[in-house]
Design a protein around this ligand. Structure first.
Ligand SMILES: [Zn+2]
Length: 241
């Protein structure tokens, strides 16, 4: 029937238009989410013996899901656990046209601040440090945008009830990291994964997994969802429109 054809053409046209609006919407962007570490070099170990890589992967997947839900294109890097080169990660992001690079990690503390305890028959470490932190490379050509996005994500995390940690600025061996903004928990760092990035780039330590309480909280899906929501809100606030 002619009428039906017209309607279906119109429906198709509306569908195409909606798709174009989604692709061209002000906040849609291509964002690289990097899963810190790998299966063979899994980073820190939690107070319960879980690897940092497993924490990083679970959170990165939730962040990717959340950003995709907001209409962004997400390049997930290192989720298979076989990405070992820190230079390849930002290069993969650039090849995919990423406009922003976020490396996802979980944190530890210096050994003198940790106590031993036993969990499931194994000796593990636990301490009192707690909180998230952000890192930018101070010589990065896109430093201003990187720091602005880190700050926006930090503010969104505070709104979600999270608190930053300042323990990396302490005057002890292995720390002494320069604080760019103490309120935001934003540090300067010469991390290779940030140094190699051509787009605005931030490294995120979501929380301290050598804290017995925080290691459990950070492993809960609802915590990952709240962190991912803060990342989405922060990036919406800081990225060019
Ligand atoms: Zn790490």
């Amino acid at each position: 029937m002619p009428g039906k054809t017209t309607n279906s053409r119109r429906d198709r046209a509306v569908g195409v238009l909606a798709g174009l609006l989604l692709v061209g919407s002000a906040t849609a962007a291509t964002i690289a989410i990097d899963v810190g570490h790998s299966l063979s070099a899994p980073g820190a170990t939690s107070s319960y013996g879980e690897t940092e890589f497993s924490y990083n992967r679970a959170l990165a997947l939730e962040i990717a899901r959340t950003l995709r839900g907001a209409g962004h294109l997400v390049l997930l890097i290192g989720a298979d656990g076989d990405a070992t080169s820190l230079k390849d990660r930002p290069a993969m992001a650039a090849a995919g046209g990423a406009e922003f690079f976020l490396s996802v990690h979980h944190d530890s503390a210096q050994p003198q601040f940790l106590r031993t305890w036993h969990y499931q028959g194994a000796e593990r470490y636990e301490g009192d440090h707690s909180g998230y932190s952000f890192y930018v490379f101070p010589q990065h050509p896109r430093l201003t945008e990187s720091a602005r996005c880190a700050g926006a994500m930090s503010q969104a995390l505070v709104a979600q009830g999270f608190a930053r940690t300042l323990h990396h600025a302490e005057g002890v061996a292995g720390e002494y990291r320069p604080l760019r903004d103490a309120t935001l928990g934003l540090y300067d760092a010469d991390f290779a994964v940030l140094r190699g990035a051509t787009m605005p780039a931030v490294l995120f330590e979501a929380g301290v997994i050598v804290n017995k309480r925080d290691a459990l909280t950070l492993a809960r899906p609802v915590t990952r969802q709240r962190i991912a929501a803060a990342v989405r809100e922060g990036l919406a606030a800081c990225m060019p429109r």
